[in-house]
Design a protein around this ligand. Structure first.
Ligand SMILES: O=P(O)(O)OC[C@H]1O[C@](O)(CO)[C@@H](O)[C@@H]1O
Length: 443
C-alpha cells in the first residue's frame, strides 16, 4: 500500500534569495534552479517513474513472472517513500551493505556534517545524484529486477524518434569524409554539442525531438555557442604524438540522438586518423533518466543494424565492426561516474581511473552534469578561467561540450553574462546556449 505523502512547509534555513557568489549551489536558496529542481522537478520525475513502472507492470510480469507483482508494489512504495523524504527534506540515508559502490557512497554521506546532510541543505550536485542512486537501490538487490532499466523505454524512444535527423547526418558525413578539414571537424564538434540539448531529465522525461536539418541547426545556433574553444580543441587533436596509439575518451551523457552524435564524431576522428581508438565511458546504473548505459550503447547499435533503412544498417554494422577492431571500445563499468564526487577528487577516490584517463590524448566530457562535476556546483565569477575552476583536475587534455542547463558557468568574457541576462533571463537553465571549453595538459 502506498504511503500517504504529507508535505511540510519549507524549513527555516531555506532563504528567499539567489545563490550568493562564491557559494555552493544548493536548494537552500529559494530563487535558485537547485531549489526548483529539488522542490518541483525531482518529485515530478519520481512520480513519473512510478507511473512508467505501473503502466509497464504487465509487461514486466510477462517477462519475469507473476511472482514479482508484489515486489513491484514494494518498489513503488519505496519510491513514494523517497519522494516523501525529499519533500520533507530528510537526511539523506546511507545504504545498507558494502557491496558495489555502497561503501563509496556511505563514506561520502557520512562525511557530510549536520549542516549539509539533507536534500535541501546540501550541495545540489550531491542531492540530485543521491536521488538517482537511491532509486536504483530499490532494484539492485532484487534477483531479477536488478537488470530492469526503468528509464529504457524513454531512452529507446528517444533514439527511434531521431532516425530522420540521423539519416541527414550520415548523408552529410559521407560528403565530409572525402575531404578531412578543420572546418568539418568544427562542424561535427558543434553537432555533438547540440546533441546535448536532447536530454530527458531537463524535460522530466518528456520526449525531446530535434526538428530541422542538424547541419542547418549548427549554422543557425552558432551565435548561441557562448564560449567557443573549438579551434583549440582541434589544435589539441592535431598535436597528438603519433608514435603511440592515440586514444580519445568520451565521458558520455545521454542515450538517443546525443549518443548517435557521439558515434558520428568518434567515427570522424577514427576515419581522419586523429584517433586510433575512441573509448566510451557509460553509466553503471539508470541515471538522470536519459544517460547511456552499456545496454543502451549496445541496443542503439543493434537497432541501427536491424533498421529497414540500408544506410543506417550499414553504419550500425560498421560501428559494431569498429568494436571488434578495437577502434571503438566500451570502458569497463566504473561507479565513479555515478558517484556524487566532483572530478577534482578523482585522483584521490579512484586513482586507477585517473591514471587511465591520463594516458589518453584527450578526454571529452559530454553534457551538463559532467560540466557540473568538472567545475563543481559552485557560483564562480563568470569570468573565472576554466583551468582555475577545474581545481587541479587535469589528467590529460580535456574538453567539455555542454548545453547550459544549470546555473554554473565560468570562462565568459567581461560583461558577457550581463548581455546574456538581457537576452534571456533564464539563459543558464534552458539548454539554448552551448559551451565548448578545453584545457591543455602541458607535459
Ligand atoms: O544530460 P545533461 O546534459 O547532463 O543534463 C542533465 C542536467 O540538466 C539538469 O536537468 C539541469 O541542470 C540537471 O538536473 C542535470 O544536471
Amino acid at each position: 500500500m502506498a504511503r500517504e505523502v504529507l508535505c511540510k512547509p519549507d524549513p527555516s534555513y531555506i532563504m528567499d534569495i539567489k545563490t550568493p557568489r562564491h557559494n555552493f549551489l544548493s536548494a537552500r536558496y529559494k530563487q535558485s534552479f537547485a531549489y526548483k529542481t529539488m522542490k518541483i522537478r525531482l518529485p515530478k520525475i519520481l512520480q513519473n517513474t512510478i507511473g512508467d513502472i505501473t503502466n509497464n507492470c504487465n509487461n514486466i510480469i510477462a517477462e519475469f513472472g507473476e511472482v514479482i507483482r508484489k515486489d513491484i508494489l514494494t518498489i513503488v512504495d519505496n519510491i513514494l517513500q523517497l519522494k516523501c523524504e525529499l519533500e520533507n527534506d530528510h537526511i539523506m540515508e546511507s545504504f545498507e551493505g558494502i557491496d558495489g559502490d555502497k561503501r563509496l557512497w556511505n563514506s561520502f554521506l557520512n562525511d557530510l556534517d549536520d549542516d549539509s546532510n539533507t536534500f535541501f541543505k546540501t550541495c545540489w550536485l550531491y542531492s540530485e545524484c543521491y536521488i538517482y542512486r537511491r532509486l536504483y537501490y530499490f532494484f539492485e538487490n532484487h534477483k531479477v529486477l536488478k537488470a530492469y532499466d526503468y528509464f529504457s523505454q524513454n531512452k529507446q524512444n528517444a533514439f527511434v524518434i531521431s532516425v530522420e535527423p540521423m539519416l541527414e547526418i550520415i548523408h552529410g558525413l559521407e560528403s565530409m569524409k572525402s575531404y578531412i578539414s578543420d572546418d568539418n571537424l568544427q562542424i561535427l564538434l558543434k553537432l555533438n554539442l547540440w546533441g546535448n540539448r536532447c536530454d530527458l531529465s531537463i524535460s522530466s522525461g518528456k520526449e525531446v525531438k530535434l526538428n530541422g536539418n542538424p547541419f542547418e541547426l549548427v549554422k543557425n545556433l552558432d551565435k548561441r555557442v557562448i564560449i567557443d574553444k573549438s579551434s583549440q580543441v582541434i589544435e589539441i587533436l592535431k598535436s597528438a604524438d603519433r608514435r603511440n596509439d592515440i586514444v580519445i575518451e568520451f565521458i558520455c551523457d545521454n542515450a538517443g540522438y546525443e549518443l548517435f552524435t557521439d558515434f558520428i564524431l568518434a567515427d570522424y576522428l577514427i576515419e581522419s586518423k586523429l584517433a586510433d581508438k575512441v573509448r566510451f565511458n557509460l553509466k553503471a546504473i539508470p541515471w538522470f533518466i536519459s544517460d547511456a548505459t552499456i545496454n543502451d550503447f549496445r541496443w542503439s547499435l543493434q537497432f541501427m543494424k536491424d533498421h529497414a533503412t540500408p544506410v543506417l544498417r550499414e553504419y550500425g554494422k560498421k560501428w559494431q565492426k569498429f568494436i571488434v577492431e578495437n577502434k571503438f571500445e566500451v570502458a569497463n563499468i566504473n561507479n565513479f561516474w555515478t558517484s556524487p564526487y566532483e572530478y577534482y577528487r578523482m585522483s584521490e577516490i579512484d586513482p586507477d581511473l585517473y591514471k587511465r584517463l591520463s594516458i589518453s590524448h584527450l578526454v571529452i566530457f559530454k553534457g551538463d552534469l559532467n560540466y557540473r562535476k568538472l567545475i563543481s556546483d559552485f557560483s564562480w565569477d563568470f569570468t573565472e578561467s576554466f583551468e582555475t575552476c577545474l581545481r587541479g583536475f587535469l589528467p590529460t587534455n580535456i574538453c567539455s561540450l555542454r548545453t547550459v542547463k544549470a546555473d554554473v558557468i565560468c570562462g565568459l568574457l567581461e560583461g558577457q553574462a550581463d548581455i546574456l541576462e538581457k537576452e534571456s533571463k533564464d539563459w543558464m537553465i534552458t539548454g539554448e546556449y552551448g559551451t565548448i571549453q578545453c584545457a591543455n595538459k602541458i607535459r
